[in-house]
Design a protein around this ligand. Structure first.
Ligand SMILES: *[C@@H]1O[C@H](CO)[C@@H](O)[C@H](O)[C@H]1NC(C)=O
Ligand SMILES: *[C@@H]1O[C@H](CO)[C@@H](O)[C@H](O)[C@H]1NC(C)=O
Length: 300
């Protein structure tokens, strides 16, 4: 059975409408599964802290086993290449890796909102950004400033299960007139070095073995995880976080992905796992349909 992009897009749209209808109908006391998960996590600050520790530990072990380069290169051009996806927010003293459809869009809206509020003050009100300049992209700074910013600012990476990234890219029209199977064939044919930012492995885009991220935020849990980050960084004040819709999208994709997965041949599934093997080894996506214990990363 083949799925056209238009059909899938309307399926997602209808199910999102249906979910929001359900959510609206329920009284605040009778939470459904979607919000219980979120609410549970948001009250347990310690759980979220623990999750961050586990993710960073897994990432460090991955880097220890496989990474050849763990320091920012001392050459300005090479260093700029390494940090080419990293954005700078000087007012809130944050660095984040900007990859589409990983949750970064909602995050940027939130940062804009926080910047507009005058009451947001940092716990360490050191106006260091004057020394560094005001560029938005880390690659535009000189090497000295790059290193200083990497040392002093809070660094955030957004991760998302690879197969969901593919589905998202497919539905956002990045594969005109292709079936999902043809789209996947095209990606595999192109290989990872020529891959588009929408599906290139996160490890090669965000370089987590060189940039020591303080927070690894998982798509599907943005509401509670970003809240936790903001609380720890002292950025939230009395502000309410806007609602993130990623948990609903994740839920919708959950029943879509099996259908799309079944369209692929066994060889394609194995090749996709190989294509994303570094992301699987660096971050934990235990429920991914693509994940297969035979596609492991060999030490280099
Ligand atoms: C924000 O700051 C204004 C003064 O600048 C103050 O009147 C107001 O109470 C503050 N609001 C919060 C939520 O702290
Ligand atoms: C780097 O940029 C900062 C801010 O623009 C400047 O003060 C500093 O002198 C520069 N350093 C070098 C080595 O060019």
């Amino acid at each position: 059975m083949h799925f056209s992009r238009l059909f899938l897009a309307s399926l997602v749209f209808v199910s999102l409408l249906w979910i929001s209808h359900l959510l609206r109908k329920r009284s605040p006391q009778s939470q459904d599964d979607l919000t219980v998960e979120k609410e549970d996590l948001s009250v347990t600050f310690d759980t979220l802290l623990h999750i961050q520790h586990l993710r960073k530990k897994k990432l460090r072990s991955f880097c220890g086993q496989t990474a050849k380069i763990t320091e920012l290169p001392h050459n300005k051009q090479e260093a700029s290449q390494v940090v080419s996806s990293i954005m700078v927010n000087n007012k809130l003293q944050l660095l984040y890796c900007k990859i589409p459809a990983t949750g970064v869009e909602g995050w940027e809206q939130l940062l804009e909102m926080l910047e507009e509020k005058e009451n947001v003050t940092l716990q360490l009100p050191v106006p260091i950004h004057q020394q560094f300049g005001t560029q938005m992209m880390l690659s535009q700074y000189n090497l000295t400033s790059m290193e200083a910013l990497l040392k002093s600012y809070t660094k955030v990476i957004f991760i998302r299960e690879p197969f969901h990234r593919l589905i998202s890219a497919y539905m956002h029209g990045l594969a005109d007139d292709l079936t999902f199977k043809e789209f996947v064939q095209y990606i595999l044919y192109q290989g990872s070095s020529k891959a588009s930012i929408e599906w290139k492995p996160l490890v090669s885009l965000c370089r987590p073995c060189i940039i020591r991220y303080d927070y690894i935020i998982m798509f599907g849990f943005l509401g509670s995880e970003v809240h936790h980050l903001m609380q720890r960084a002292g950025l939230l004040g009395n502000n309410q976080l806007p609602e993130f819709i990623d948990s609903k999208i994740r839920w919708t994709y959950g029943w879509l992905e099996e259908q799309m997965f079944s369209e692929l041949s066994l060889a394609q599934k194995k090749q996709l796992c190989h294509f994303f093997r570094f992301d699987f080894a660096a971050f934990h996506f235990p429920n991914s349909l693509l994940w297969d214990p035979t596609c492991i990363v060999r030490s280099t």
